[in-house]
Design a protein. Structure first.
Length: 184
């Protein structure tokens, strides 16, 4: 699977501030399911990313603010990942860049979870960051391919998905400009 710079940018824009609902990794099949509630027009919508040939998962769950280098690290197992994500209460992912981003040096030696399935399954990566008032979760997953589905399991074309983010944020910017003109 080839992800061009244009597609990567559109994926980043569309996932920006999306709520992370669930992350499930099946070690036996090397598949991961990641569910988001994305900002979309005319209404926000739920989408499922199905990652195939997952080769590595690394996470850092730290108690404290994201920038604290001394924040205690909480270890957990791959089977606990979905529950850990749920404890963040559907908070949005932040950072603006999610696809094929190098692992953050700030925590790479402070992992809570490191699962590897061998050398394959590392063509691409997704990086997700959630910040709570008293905890931070950094999650990286390496994989070879993915598809996007709606809640009924029906595939969503990548081009359709990638159009959602820019359309939403353009409408948001227009609304902000109109509000400023009205107030100003």
């Amino acid at each position: 699977m080839v992800i061009t710079d244009e597609v990567r940018h559109a994926l980043d824009v569309t996932l920006n501030w999306a709520s992370l609902l669930e992350v499930e990794v099946d070690a036996a099949s090397r598949e991961a399911k990641v569910t988001f509630q994305i900002l979309s027009l005319p209404a926000d919508r739920r989408v499922l990313f199905l990652f195939q040939n997952v080769g590595r998962v690394a996470a850092s769950l730290r108690i404290g603010i994201w920038s604290n280098p001394a924040a205690p690290v909480v270890p957990f197992q791959l089977e606990e990942l979905c529950e850990i994500v749920r404890t963040f209460g559907r908070l949005p992912v932040v950072g603006g860049e999610f696809w094929d981003v190098p692992q953050n040096d700030r925590w790479k030696d402070r992992t809570s979870l490191l699962w590897e399935a061998g050398e394959s399954g590392r063509s691409h990566s997704i990086s997700l960051l959630q910040r709570h008032s008293n905890s931070t979760l950094d999650l990286y997953m390496w994989f070879d391919s993915f598809e996007i589905r709606d809640p009924a399991g029906i595939p969503i074309l990548l081009t359709d998905f990638c159009a959602d983010g820019p359309r939403y944020w353009e409408a948001y910017d227009r609304a902000c400009i109109q509000a400023q003109k009205k107030d100003g």
